[in-house]
Write a protein that binds this ligand. Structure first.
Ligand SMILES: Nc1ncnc2c1ncn2[C@@H]1O[C@H](COP(=O)(O)OP(=O)(O)OP(=O)(O)O)[C@@H](O)[C@H]1O
Length: 325
């Protein structure tokens, strides 16, 4: 039996080193039943490095169960999970994942600073006290570091939960309803926080019922319904067609023909809606407006529009399973 030569080993090591980093989350065929009730029924998706993925779906769709299976907190009946390229049961990969549970409760007898210190220790990480204090400041708790958690409001406990999820410099953050107890200002803070994480190439899996929030920050969305993936894709893929609404004066037959050349046209009085392709040519709208003006039309308003994620979500959930694409 021939020994593997060291140049061959070096080449193999180089090959592995040159591989793109594994997805932050990869799961395939996840299934979970509670007695007779199927909570999750064959769910597969991935979250890329630095990607923000939104998990959407009605109450009881299986979102929290999926999240708990990803983290190894619930044992799947079937399916596989890799977090940062490793089985989620491996402590080394779990230590690089930050998690904010849907139902959070922290030790009421500890101060906010002590809770963070404890979680840094549990993650086996080294985070200097100044950095821990900065983390509390990021979630708006800078002046409450020395106060006991027992005296915190629900929103303040959720802010602390976010700090716990972020303090050990994770590469993947899983947030289960992170803004359920937050005021509008707090929600805006979380949005900024998510964008800051994305800028640092941290992957985020976000479960939220606040569709506007998901639409603003997520690169991709997975919609769950009755334990299955009802739809998945980037926002342009899911939202599809774009429209441009125009309010015009002095429209002649020639003008209508020009409008119709840009895309299917509907009219309601002086309001016109032109449906554009999913990824329209960037010159389509400026060219159209220039032509309208040269045809003597007075242009009062030009407004790009797109079906909202909320409309699309309701549309998908109201379509019977068997008719979904
Ligand atoms: N520990 C459990 N025991 C029994 N059934 C459970 C358990 N956990 C979840 N389920 C059931 O699994 C299904 C999915 O629940 P899950 O909490 O994952 O939904 P969800 O999409 O997160 O809902 P919500 O938006 O309301 O938080 C529900 O029918 C729920 O009753």
């Amino acid at each position: 039996m021939g020994l593997v030569t060291s140049p061959a080993l070096d080449a193999a090591a180089q090959l592995v080193a040159d591989l793109p980093p594994a997805s932050a989350v990869w799961c395939s065929g996840l299934r979970k039943r509670y007695r007779k009730r199927t909570a999750v029924d064959g769910v597969s998706f991935a979250v890329g490095r630095g990607e923000v993925l939104g998990l959407l779906g009605p109450n009881g769709a299986g979102k929290t169960t999926v999240i708990k299976m990803l983290l190894g907190l619930v044992r799947p009946d079937a399916g596989e999970v890799l977090l940062l390229g490793k089985p989620s049961a491996e402590p080394a990969s779990r230590a690089r994942v930050g998690y904010l549970p849907e139902l959070f409760r922290y030790q009421p007898w500890l101060t906010a600073a002590e809770v963070l210190k404890l979680h840094v220790r549990l993650a086996g990480a080294q985070v200097a006290p100044t950095e821990r204090q900065e983390c509390l400041a990021t979630v708006g708790l800078a002046d409450r570091a020395g106060d006991r958690v027992g005296g915190f409001s629900k929103g303040m406990q959720q802010r602390l939960g976010l700090a716990v999820a972020l303090v050990a410099r994770p590469e993947l953050v899983i947030l289960d309803e992170p803004t359920s107890a937050l005021d509008p200002l707090g929600r805006a803070d979380v949005r900024d926080l998510l964008l800051a994480l994305k800028a640092r190439d941290v992957a985020v899996l976000l479960n939220s019922h606040l569709i506007g929030e998901v639409e603003r920050v997520c690169d991709r969305v997975v919609i769950l319904d009755k334990g299955r993936v009802a739809a998945a894709g980037t926002l342009p893929e899911l939202l599809g067609r774009r429209e441009v609404r125009l309010r015009l004066d002095g429209v002649t037959a020639a003008v209508e023909t020009r409008l119709g050349a840009a895309g299917p046209l509907t009219r309601d009085g002086d309001e016109f809606v032109v449906t554009l392709p999913v990824e329209p040519d960037p010159d389509t709208v400026p060219d159209l407006v220039a032509d309208l003006v040269s045809l003597g039309v007075r242009v009062h308003a030009v407004e790009p529009a797109r079906v909202s994620l909320e409309e699309r979500l309701l549309d998908i959930l109201r379509t019977p399973h068997e008719e979904r694409g």
